[in-house]
Every structure is written in C-alpha cells, then in structure tokens.
Design a protein around this ligand. Structure first.
Ligand SMILES: CC(C)(COP(=O)(O)OP(=O)(O)OC[C@H]1O[C@@H](n2cnc3c(N)ncnc32)[C@H](O)[C@@H]1OP(=O)(O)O)[C@@H](O)C(=O)NCCC(=O)NCCS
Length: 262
C-alpha cells in the first residue's frame, strides 16, 4: 500500500515520461518535460469534465480545478496503483450531524483535546442545537460510528473571539463568515486523509451556500497543515482560549463576494 506522497511522486514521474519531448536547444539534456502538465492533456480532461480550466478561452493553463467527476476518476486511478487513499469514500460518508449523535461527538472532543481546550459537553449540546447544519461528520460506513468531524458557527464578524466557543447565541445563520470551532479525528482513524477530506468537503459546501470566509485558530504546529488545505496564516489571534497563544488563519470561499465587500 502506497502513501499519498509516494503516489504523487510515482504519478508525476510517469506523467513526465509520457509527455517528455526534446527542445532542440542543444543543451546536454534530452527528453525534457513541462514543469506543469501537457496542455493537450489539460484540454482533454477539461472536455471530459474531469477538470475546469477557467482560462481555457484565453488559451492559458496557469491553474485548473478538479470537478466531482475528476475526483472520482482520480480515486479510481489511484485504486489501480494500489494507492492508500483511493477508497476513502467507500469507507466513509460525510454528512450533517443528527441531534442524537450529540453525546458521541462530545466524547470524541474529550478524546481529541486536552481539558483546557476541549469544548464542554454543555457547549456542544447548545452548539448543535443552534448551528447543527454547520456541523459535518465523517461516518465509518462499516460501524456506522463517527470517525471525525468539523464544526463551526456563522457570523458577520471578521475576527475570531473566544465567545464563539462558549456562546452558541453568537451564531447568525445568515452570517457571511464561518468560525471553525473544532476539527477532530479519532486517533484510530488518523493519517488516512480524513481530516483533509472533512476540510475540503466543508469548504465546498459553505462555498455553495455563498459564505465568504472560513476562519480558524490553531497552534503554531498546525499552521503548515492548514496551509496545505489553502488557509492563510494571519498571525497571532486575539484568542486566549485555554490560556494559550493561537494563530488566526482564514480561507476565502467566494472571491467575488469578498472583493464586493472590500
Ligand atoms: C489534526 C487532525 C485533525 C488531523 O487529522 P488526520 O485525519 O490525521 O489528517 P490527514 O490524514 O487528513 O492529514 C492531512 C495533513 O495534515 C498533516 N497533519 C496531520 N496530523 C497533523 C498533526 N497532528 N500536526 C501537524 N500536521 C498534521 C499531515 O502532514 C497531512 O499532510 P500530508 O499528507 O501532506 O503529510 C487529528 O490529528 C486530530 O484530530 N488531532 C487532535 C485534535 C486537533 O489537534 N485538531 C486540530 C485543531 S486546530
């Protein structure tokens, strides 16, 4: 079974081989490859609906995005080379929490965070009552149990403050920004890409709902992880949650709305 990194390395190398060409520049090297991707291949993938090249009409290939069909197809391909995260969606489903799952997530929070950082059972109950539709869970399809979750509340406020953790009354369903209050994956389910998939699914859903930004706070040792997911480090947060220091990070979900606001 291959790790994600091994799969990236092997697939990139194979792609370089398949798209290599000679540049005729007389340098000591032969069989050059685009640092990026083969442009015809980008067009084909776009035509087949696996990716979107937003600048296709202008003939540029600066960046492309995977579509749902593209993600599904990519996982199929990863299955063929026996790469680790190909069957994530066969093993897990992602959906909004049900009220009867409140005790289960309160227990997961207790396992995942030290007492000074964990959301209390009482606050969790209030949060789910007030903002259940912003609480996404990953379900282990084999057991029907929750393997991890991501939750938050909505607000028009721009910056994070600690009352969001303790006062579910700060939730405004129409709020443009979502303050992320917890990403938890049970220890036995970690390092399989479940945290990443929760974040990506959450971003897609809130983008579709027209939200402007997601905002979170994290310790310095998680900045790199959230950067990989697309979040920007905005420096030290005003939060003093648990008597500790926090970084504030955010991700813009809808640029058009963002720049209208500015
Ligand atoms: C942090 C946590 C959610 C990660 O969940 P996970 O399912 O294991 O994460 P993934 O497998 O999707 O990993 C995604 C990336 O994050 C990074 N990452 C994972 N766990 C990490 C950790 N504890 N510290 C720093 N980076 C981490 C990995 O390097 C990985 O990137 P890579 O595959 O390119 O190497 C999980 O360890 C957890 O619940 N921890 C306790 C609670 C917590 O700290 N939550 C975050 C609060 S800000």
């Amino acid at each position: 079974m291959k790790t994600r990194k091994q799969a990236i390395d092997e697939l990139t190398l194979a792609l370089m081989y398949l798209t290599r060409f000679n540049d005729g520049e007389g340098n000591p090297f032969n069989e050059m490859s685009w640092k990026n991707y083969d442009f015809d291949c980008i067009d084909r993938l776009d035509d087949e609906g696996y990716i979107v090249n937003p600048r296709k009409s202008r003939g540029t290939y600066k960046y492309v995005y995977l579509t749902e069909a593209g993600r599904t197809k990519a996982r199929e391909l990863l299955g063929e080379i026996d790469s680790k995260d190909y069957d994530l969606y066969e093993r897990y489903s992602f959906r909004t929490i049900k009220p009867e799952e409140t005790e289960e997530v309160a227990e997961i929070e207790r396992i995942c965070f030290p007492p000074n950082e964990a959301c209390s059972r009482e606050n969790m109950i209030e949060r789910i009552k007030a903002a259940g539709d912003l609480f996404m869970v990953a379900i282990d399809k084999e057991t029907g149990k929750i393997a991890g979750f991501l939750n938050g509340i909505a607000t028009d406020e721009f910056c994070f403050r600690d009352e969001f953790f303790t006062d579910a009354g700060t939730h405004n369903p129409e709020g443009k920004n979502v303050m992320i209050l917890g990403l938890d994956v049970l220890p036995e389910y970690r390092k399989q890409g479940l945290g990443r998939e929760l974040v990506y699914n959450y971003c897609r859903r809130e983008q579709e709902r027209g939200r402007l930004r997601l905002v979170l706070t994290c310790h310095a040792n998680k900045v790199k992880m959230y950067s990989k997911f697309g979040f920007l480090d905005r420096g030290e947060s005003a939060s003093e949650w648990g008597g500790e220091k926090w970084h504030e990070m955010d991700i813009i979900l809808n640029h058009e709305i963002y720049f209208d606001e500015e």
